[in-house]
Design a protein around this ligand. Structure first.
Ligand SMILES: Nc1ncnc2c1ncn2[C@@H]1O[C@H](COP(=O)(O)OP(=O)(O)OP(=O)(O)O)[C@@H](O)[C@H]1O
Ligand SMILES: [Mg+2]
Length: 308
C-alpha cells in the first residue's frame, strides 16, 4: 500500500532524513518510533505532500507521489502533530470546513461528520466552540477531520502527546477500531508502549535513519539481547560468587547484585531460587528484565527514547 525508498531530506545544514526505506502492506498499522528530532514529522510531511523530498521514491495506493500527488492525497488522511482548528467555530463547523476542503459532497459530508463525531465521543459537544474544548478534545476533532473523506490510509503524528488519559484511551480504541476495519495506518510516537499496543510492525528511527524494523518479536530476536533475572543479595561474598559463576556461565556482577541472563526466564527462575538456598544466600530484591522496545532502542543507540 505504501512504498518508501531511499527518502532524503535536508533543511540547510540538517540532514533530517538520510535515506529511509520501508514498505507497508494494506491494512497494516506501522509504527514509526523515535525520539525528538528523529525525522518522524519530516517523513509524514513528505508522505502527505506537504513538503518535497530531496531524493527518493514514494508510492501510495499504487500512485507515484511525484507524478500523481493528488491521487495520493485522496487516499490519505493526516492527523498532524500541530493541531489546526478554528477556535471561534464549533466542532461541527470546523469539520464542515475540513470536509469542504476535501470536496466531500454536502449530504455525504453531514453523514460522515455525525459518524466521526460519534466515533470520537464528541456528539454531545458538537455545537460548542472549539475554544471551550480541552486539549484532548481538540486532538479528537483533529483526528475526526482526517477521516471525513473516508481515506484508505491514515497518518497519525504523535496523536497522544500532552493529553488527558481519558482522551488517550479513546484515541487508542479509535485506532484499534480503524485498524480492525482494514485501514492502513502510520502511527508515529516516542512512547514505546503505544507502538507495542497498536502496531503490527515498528520502524525505529533515530537521526534520520531507520535503525531497525520488524514485528516486536522479530526485533526482540534479531539482536543479541537476552532477558535477565536480577537478584540483589545481602550476604554475597567473592567466594560464593566464584562458585555461582561455575554453575551459571552467562551472568554479570555489580557489587551485591547479579544479572543472570536467560533464554527461558520462567524455567530458570526456580533454579536460581534453589541455588540461593543451596549456597545459603539471602535475597534482598529480585527483578525480571524483559526485552521491550525501550530496551531494544537503548541497546541500539545507547540512549533513552525519551531523552530530550
Ligand atoms: N522546517 C525545518 N527547518 C529546519 N529544520 C527542520 C525543519 N523541520 C525539521 N527540521 C529538523 O529536522 C530534524 C527532524 O525533525 P522532525 O520534526 O522530523 O523530528 P520528529 O521525529 O518529528 O521530532 P519530534 O518528536 O520532536 O516531533 C530535526 O533536527 C529538526 O530540527
Ligand atoms: Mg514530530
Amino acid at each position: 500500500m505504501i512504498t518508501v525508498s531511499n527518502l532524503k531530506k535536508s533543511f540547510d545544514a540538517v540532514d533530517a532524513l538520510k535515506g529511509i526505506s520501508f514498505n507497508i502492506a494494506q491494512g497494516e498499522c506501522y509504527g514509526l518510533l523515535g525520539p525528538n528530532g528523529a525525522g518522524k514529522t519530516t517523513t509524514i510531511s513528505i508522505l502527505s505532500t506537504i513538503i518535497n523530498p530531496n531524493e527518493g521514491e514514494v508510492k501510495i495506493a499504487g500512485y507515484d507521489l511525484k507524478k500523481n500527488p493528488l491521487d495520493c492525497k485522496k487516499n490519505i488522511g493526516v492527523v498532524t502533530q500541530e493541531i489546526a482548528l478554528y477556535n471561534e467555530l464549533s466542532a461541527y463547523d470546523n469539520l464542515l470546513f475540513w470536509g469542504g476542503l476535501y470536496k466531500v459532497p454536502r449530504q455525504e459530508l453531514s453523514e460522515h461528520i455525525d459518524e466521526t463525531l460519534g466515533l470520537l465521543g464528541l456528539t454531545e459537544r458538537k455545537n460548542d466552540k472549539v475554544k471551550t474544548y480541552s486539549g484532548g478534545m481538540k486532538r479528537r476533532i483533529n483526528i475526526a477531520s482526517a477521516l471525513l473523506h473516508k481515506p484508505k490510509i491514515l497518518f497519525m503524528d504523535e496523536p497522544t502527546v500532552g493529553i488527558d488519559p481519558q482522551s488517550r484511551n479513546l484515541i487508542f480504541e479509535v485506532v484499534e477500531k480503524l485498524h480492525e476495519e482494514g485501514m492502513t495506518i502510520i502511527y508515529t510516537t516516542h512512547y514505546m508502549e503505544e507502538a507495542e499496543r497498536l502496531c503490527d510492525r515498528v520502524g525505529i528511527i533515530d537521526n534520520g535513519e531507520i535503525i531497525a524494523q520488524g514485528t516486536l518479536n522479530e526485533l526482540k530476536n534479531s539482536g543479541s539481547m537476552k532477558e535477565s533475572v536480577v537478584i540483589s543479595y545481602t550476604n554475597l561474598t567473592d567466594e560464593c560468587y566464584q562458585t555461582i559463576e561455575k554453575e551459571w556461565k552467562d551472568l554479570r556482577r555489580f557489587e551485591d547484585t547479579i544479572h543472570f541472563y536467560s533464554m527461558n526466564i520462567q524455567g530458570d527462575l526456580s533454579k536460581l531460587i534453589l541455588m540461593c538456598n543451596e549456597f545459603g544466600l539471602d535475597m534482598r530484591h529480585i527483578d525480571i528484565q524483559k526485552i521491550n522496545l525501550e530496551t531494544i532502542f537503548l541497546n541500539l543507540t545507547g540512549k533513552q527514547l525519551r531523552d530530550k
